[in-house]
Ligand binder design. Structure first.
Ligand code: CP
Ligand code: NVA
Length: 309
């Protein structure tokens, strides 16, 4: 069996590979806006498995593969055999006979790992309960567009120690920046990650201290998909962690605000911050398209990827 490259966690790519993907993403973004087409994946098919809802991920992958000359197949477990108990190991081998790459949005990260183990085509994690690496790729593209190289900078994560926080932590190590995480006790990221990344990631319970000197303040919903029944408990636990303009005022003068979206105004963000000039959340969302197009090219084209690593 071939051994394809996968992108299940942010640290599945090296720093120089991420940088090459982001340079390519910048080119694709610029040229997309002037109508230049890049049919680099002409004739290729992307399988898109969604166990959970999505707006940005579905639209960016489906439009992205189409813009590269290929086709996307939306595959819901509700109407595939995956939802009726066919093992992922078998599904992975079947897909490998028929299509060229696959992205999976799932609850269980281990399911995506098992799929990748049995797949001879590249597998992309499009969000699991534990990680959301594609979002961080787009976020770093956005950071570098607005602030400059992320190496040596500081990012403040305000809120839940969730899948987004874990992928920011992977990225802090790979890209060489400091990540300050601020949330209530009981909602910290995986202690194993905190221990492994003690040189680049730290907890600061006071959010106003956490943002000091930060070049980026970022947050996410308090209850992720699958945690809906904890909504009320979490609203209480996170009440002191709503991101406001005052937090941006206390950060570095060049600070930007990012949020992967969807946002809940009145919870993790106030009513106005998404419209603050320092908020780049819609650029960030748009970069999902460009960053993932570059990622798909990187994984499928290998040596023929147009950007030198
Ligand atoms: N940020 C993000 O992944 O959004 P969707 O859930 O809409 O795909
Ligand atoms: N942490 C959120 C991210 C949504 C894009 C969730 O998993 O629901």
């Amino acid at each position: 069996m071939n051994s394809p490259r996968h992108f299940l966690r942010f640290n599945d790519l090296s720093k120089s590979e991420i940088q090459a993907v982001l340079r390519r993403a910048d080119t694709l973004k610029r040229e997309q806006k002037t109508g230049v087409r890049h049919p680099t994946l002409a004739g290729k098919t992307l399988g898109m498995v969604f166990e959970k809802s999505s707006t940005r991920t579905r639209v960016s992958f489906e439009a992205g593969i189409f813009q590269l000359g290929g086709t996307g197949l939306f595959l819901s477990p509700r109407d595939t055999q995956l939802g009726r108990g066919e093992p992922v190991e078998d599904t992975a081998r079947v897909f490998s006979e028929m299509i060229d790459l696959v992205m999976i949005r799932a609850y269980d990260h281990a399911m995506v790992e098992r799929f990748a183990q049995f797949s001879s085509i590249p597998v992309i994690n499009a969000l699991t309960d534990d990680h959301h690496p594609c979002q961080i790729l787009a976020d770093i593209q956005c950071f570098e567009e607005h602030v400059g190289p992320i190496e040596g900078k500081t990012v403040a994560w305000i809120g839940d120690g969730n899948n987004m926080a874990a992928s920011w932590m992977d990225a802090a190590r790979v890209m060489g920046f400091q990540l300050v995480l601020s949330g209530p006790e009981g909602y910290d990221p995986d202690p194993a990650l905190l221990e492994a990344y003690s040189d680049c990631c730290r907890i600061e319970r006071d959010p106003m201290l956490a943002v000091q000197g930060a070049h980026c303040v970022t947050t996410d919903v308090w209850a992720s998909m699958g945690q809906e029944e904890e909504q009320k408990i979490r609203e209480k636990a996170f009440a002191d962690y709503q991101v406001t303009e005052a937090m941006l005022d206390a950060a570095h003068p060049d600070v930007i605000f990012l949020h992967c979206l969807p946002a809940h105004r009145g919870e993790e963000v106030n009513e106005t911050i998404l419209d603050d000039p320092r908020s780049k959340v819609f650029d960030e969302a748009g970069n999902r398209l460009h960053a993932q197009k570059a990622l798909m090219e990187f994984l499928v084209l290998g040596e023929r990827f147009p950007e030198a690593v």
